[in-house]
Design a binder for this molecule. Structure first.
Ligand SMILES: NC(=O)c1ccc[n+]([C@@H]2O[C@H](COP(=O)([O-])OP(=O)(O)OC[C@H]3O[C@@H](n4cnc5c(N)ncnc54)[C@H](OP(=O)(O)O)[C@@H]3O)[C@@H](O)[C@H]2O)c1
Length: 335
């Protein structure tokens, strides 16, 4: 039996192609999920551009998905059949909750991912779809939700009354980080390259926003906030150095990406004197995935969806995430 899957190829120009590939079969401890929806992350486009370590050609891309369990490899897992599930994209986080181990992998390269009609995953990666989410919203939650949860709620320990900056609010992770910080009762400011995105974030509850392309965005932000307790960033680049001056004593800068590259300077004197923390963050462990789902359910948080398109049109979604005009997740529907 064949199925459609979006795979990374070895073609020099058409790096991603929708191909007919063998439909996978579940082994013991695995299930076959008929996908109903999947969603893009910037990771998928980085992989298309070859800007990711250990990528494998002829691997199905996609880390996020929601679907219905169709068959199981072991009869002991039969209770999963016909359940609508979301998939934890982590594999082999390892024994240390603080950091992933050397065998850690993420669904969607090097492990076959969710941009397909079917996927086989280990049973312990399954969570029942929260009833308050549509399949499209549920599909858009896993990778971004996990990354935002660890960065904002665990490392960032966000709490009521904190002044928080979430950068690049057009981003899928950033939008969930904003929603998590708002749910915790924080005062949230956002940054963007796009004025309309700032307005949309303010309509969703942010106190204000600044354009990170303006020369004096840091001064504008200081005037609005009188200092930050927490920054959640994935931009990096030269703007990163300016966060240091915006922090209140004992503030934290948590970063999970470096889209704009590396900072050229860092005021180490200020960092140690004001007891600031610079904290890197990647994805999250399996317990945090469960906690993230509970936190979202408790606060009725759902990912913002920009658009939904069929699997046949998936390459256009990659082209869009590269340009970054969207506000919300780009979702693929398989039904
Ligand atoms: N470490 C991890 O586990 C992990 C997990 C997920 C993502 N990431 C990384 O985090 C980044 C965002 O991922 P995503 O999937 O959320 O991407 P996305 O949905 O494609 O969003 C990207 C957003 O980044 C913002 N951006 C671009 N340049 C920026 C800059 N110089 N300063 C601040 N923001 C900037 C833009 O926001 P505006 O449109 O508002 O300007 C853009 O919309 C990527 O680099 C990704 O690889 C890391």
């Amino acid at each position: 039996m064949k199925m459609k899957a979006l795979q990374l190829t070895d073609h020099p120009e058409q790096r991603i192609q929708l191909l007919d590939v063998a439909k996978p079969e579940p082994a013991n401890g695995q299930v076959l999920v008929r996908l109903q929806a999947a969603a893009l992350n910037h990771r998928d486009q980085w992989i298309r551009e070859g800007k990711y370590p250990n990528i494998r050609a002829f691997c199905t891309l996609g880390s996020d998905g929601c679907g219905i369990v169709e068959t199981v490899g072991s009869q002991s897992d039969a209770h999963w059949i016909s359940k609508t599930v979301i998939i934890n994209p982590n594999q082999n986080w390892g024994d240390n909750p603080a950091v992933q181990g050397k065998d850690y992998r993420i669904l969607g390269n090097p492990v076959d991912g969710t941009f397909a009609e079917y996927i086989v995953v280990p049973t312990d990666r399954l969570h029942e779809k929260p009833a308050y989410l549509t399949t499209e919203q549920a599909a858009a939650l896993p990778l971004g939700g996990l990354t935002a949860y660890r960065a904002t709620c665990k490392h960032g320990a966000v709490k009521k009354g904190d002044n928080v900056l979430v950068t690049g609010i057009g981003g899928g992770v950033a939008q969930l980080a904003m929603q998590f910080a708002l749910a915790a009762g924080a005062n949230v400011w956002v940054s963007s390259s796009d004025e309309e995105k700032l307005h949309k974030a303010i309509a969703l509850g942010a106190k204000g926003g600044i354009n990170y392309r303006s020369d004096d965005w840091d001064k504008q932000l200081m005037a609005q906030t009188s200092g930050l307790n927490l920054v959640i960033d994935s931009g990096g680049g030269t703007g990163f150095s300016r966060f240091v001056r915006l922090m209140q004593p004992a503030g934290k800068i948590v970063f999970y990406g470096a889209t704009a590259g590396l900072p050229t300077t860092l005021d180490l004197h200020r960092i140690f004197f004001y007891q600031l923390t610079l904290q890197g963050s990647t994805m999250g462990n399996d317990a945090e995935f469960t906690e993230m789902l509970q936190f979202c359910e408790q606060h009725r948080i759902s990912p913002i969806i920009d658009s939904v398109r069929p699997l046949d049109a998936i390459i256009s979604a990659f082209d869009e995430i590269k340009v970054g005009k969207q506000f919300g997740k780009l979702v693929i529907s398989m039904v």
